[in-house]
Structure formats: structure tokens, C-alpha cells
Design a binder for this molecule. Structure first.
Ligand SMILES: O=P(O)(O)O[C@H]1[C@H](O)[C@@H](O)[C@@H](O)[C@@H](O)[C@@H]1O
Ligand code: MG
Ligand code: MG
Length: 280
């Protein structure tokens, strides 16, 4: 049985160290590369930070497994087992990082038996350390977090992201959902440019919900626990149970708001995170 406090303490320490690397890199030239599309960006800092985190964990927890965004991009399988697993997004908000747009997070989730037990999200340009352990609450810099108590969708702010898929039919579906939600009307639609920070905004009570189709397990693993430990709920965009590998999520302050969004979101499916690699 892993010592979850020891895991949490290490995740906080390495996330803070990674945040220093990210802040320092902001003053250097950021060599930008692309992955699945011309707007799916990655930098050497993403790769350097992921290796820093993984190497540090291997020294302390040699039997643990990893799902890292950039390791998967380099060809490693994205398979979640019952084993103790660190689910890492070294820079959530890479496009923001490239543009020095001030919302950039290191997101570290830890799961056992396919259940997230520890979540750490360091918003490193705001110097906000978000932490959660299952059953023990969610915190920002040590202060407890609580979701909003607003259940009227017409008085809500909703967060979403448009991801990096620019296929016309995907863009049409995303805009259909956005039009439906905006026209309810809701008081606002926002996007920080990072799933992890969007979920911290839900946990902090600043917005009522975040949804996205196209997001990856490393984007939201830590944030999923932040939201539930702050009193929120998670579900699939079709109202079913959240599937960590499905690339679809609603994270909300309440079932009322979540189920209202289900009625407005035009659902579609993308290849799962654990799908076998597509033959080139
Ligand atoms: O910055 P990333 O780690 O790539 O994650 C982003 C993603 O790039 C963007 O397309 C959206 O899906 C965001 O929700 C992710 O956090
Ligand atoms: Mg990400
Ligand atoms: Mg990333």
C-alpha cells in the first residue's frame, strides 16, 4: 500500500522545482515543435520537465509506473493498470507558455487501482500550489477549496477549451456546443488554456463547470480529484460515468449544472488515450 502522504509530498516538491525550470525558460528562446497538428505545440522544456519529474520519482518509488504526455508522444503506451501510476502533464498550457500567456501548470496525478488518490497542480506563474488527497479535501497554498453553490445555469460561468483538432467536423461540433451553452444564456464562457487550471477554477468556486472533448488523461487526472475533493462532480459529456481514457469530461460544482450541460453539448468521440497506435 503506497504511503499517499509521501507521494503527495514528493509531487509537491518536484512540481515546485519544475515550476522554477518553466519560469527560467520563459526568459530563453522557446524552440517550438509540433505533434498531432500544426497547433499542437511542444517545447524542449516540456520534455525536460517530464524527465525531471520521472527520474526523481524513480529514485524514491522504483516500482511505480508512469503515464507522461511527452513519453506517450514519443511512442510509449498509454495504459492505465491497477499498479501505482504517476499521470504527468509536465506543462499544461504549452501554447500559453510559448506565448507567455500567464496560465501554465505542472499537473501530477497519482492513481492506484485506476483511481486517482493524489492530485498536485502547480500554477507556476501565479505561484499557486493546488493539492488534493482522496477523502482529505482540496487546497490552494494550504487554504481549503470549495466549489460554487450556484445551481442556476443562467448565473454560471462555464469553462471550455477547443484543443488542437482543427478537422472541420470537429470544429463544427465544438461550436454547436458553444452556441447552445452561450444562448441559454450563461453569464460567461472562459478558458484558461489549460485543463488543469480550468479544473482548479471549478474547485475554487470561480466558475461553475469545465467541459472538453479532446482532452487527455494527463490533462485532467490531477484536476479530477481537485474538483471532487472540493465538493464537485465528474461525468462523461453524455451524462455517463467519467472514463479516464475517453478524452471527454464534464467537471462541475453540482450534478444540476453538469446534467444541464449534457443537454447542450453535441457529443462526439475521438480515439481513446488507450487505443492501440494507429498504423501510419
Ligand atoms: O498544453 P497541453 O499539455 O498540450 O494541454 C492542453 C491542450 O494542448 C489544449 O489543446 C487543451 O486540450 C487544454 O485543455 C490542455 O490543457
Ligand atoms: Mg495538457
Ligand atoms: Mg502538456
Amino acid at each position: 500500500m503506497a504511503d499517499f502522504q509521501r507521494v503527495m509530498d514528493h509531487a509537491v516538491a518536484v512540481a515546485r522545482k519544475a515550476g522554477e525550470v518553466v519560469r527560467e525558460a520563459l526568459s530563453d528562446d522557446r524552440k517550438v515543435m509540433t505533434k498531432s497538428s500544426a497547433v499542437d505545440l511542444v517545447t524542449q522544456t516540456d520534455q525536460k520537465v517530464e524527465q525531471l519529474i520521472i527520474q526523481s520519482v524513480k529514485e524514491k518509488f522504483p516500482k511505480h509506473r508512469f503515464i507522461g504526455e511527452e513519453s506517450v508522444a514519443a511512442g510509449e503506451a498509454c495504459i492505465l493498470t491497477d499498479d501505482p501510476t504517476w499521470i504527468i502533464d509536465p506543462i499544461d498550457g504549452t501554447t500559453n507558455f510559448v506565448h507567455a500567456f500567464p496560465f501554465v501548470a505542472i499537473s501530477i496525478g497519482f492513481s492506484i487501482n485506476k483511481q486517482v488518490e493524489v492530485g498536485v497542480i502547480y500554477s507556476c506563474l501565479e505561484d499557486k500550489m493546488f493539492t488534493a488527497r482522496r477523502g482529505k479535501g482540496a487546497f490552494c497554498n494550504g487554504e481549503p477549496l470549495q466549489v460554487s453553490d450556484q445551481t442556476d445555469i443562467h448565473q454560471a460561468i462555464i469553462c471550455t477549451e477547443f484543443g488542437s483538432n482543427r478537422d472541420p467536423e470537429v470544429v463544427d461540433k465544438m461550436f454547436c456546443s458553444l452556441r447552445n451553452i452561450l444562448s441559454l444564456p450563461v453569464q460567461g464562457v472562459r478558458g484558461a488554456g489549460t485543463a488543469a487550471i480550468n479544473m482548479c477554477l471549478v474547485a475554487s468556486g470561480c466558475v461553475e463547470a469545465y467541459y472538453e472533448i479532446g482532452v487527455h488523461v494527463w490533462d485532467f487526472a490531477a484536476g479530477s480529484l481537485m474538483v471532487t475533493e472540493a465538493g464537485g462532480v465528474l461525468m462523461d459529456v453524455d451524462g455517463g460515468e467519467l472514463d479516464l481514457m475517453s478524452r471527454r469530461i464534464i467537471a462541475a460544482n453540482s450534478r444540476t449544472i453538469a446534467e444541464r450541460l449534457v443537454k447542450e453539448i453535441a457529443p462526439f468521440r475521438l480515439p481513446r488515450d488507450d487505443a492501440p497506435p494507429q498504423k501510419q
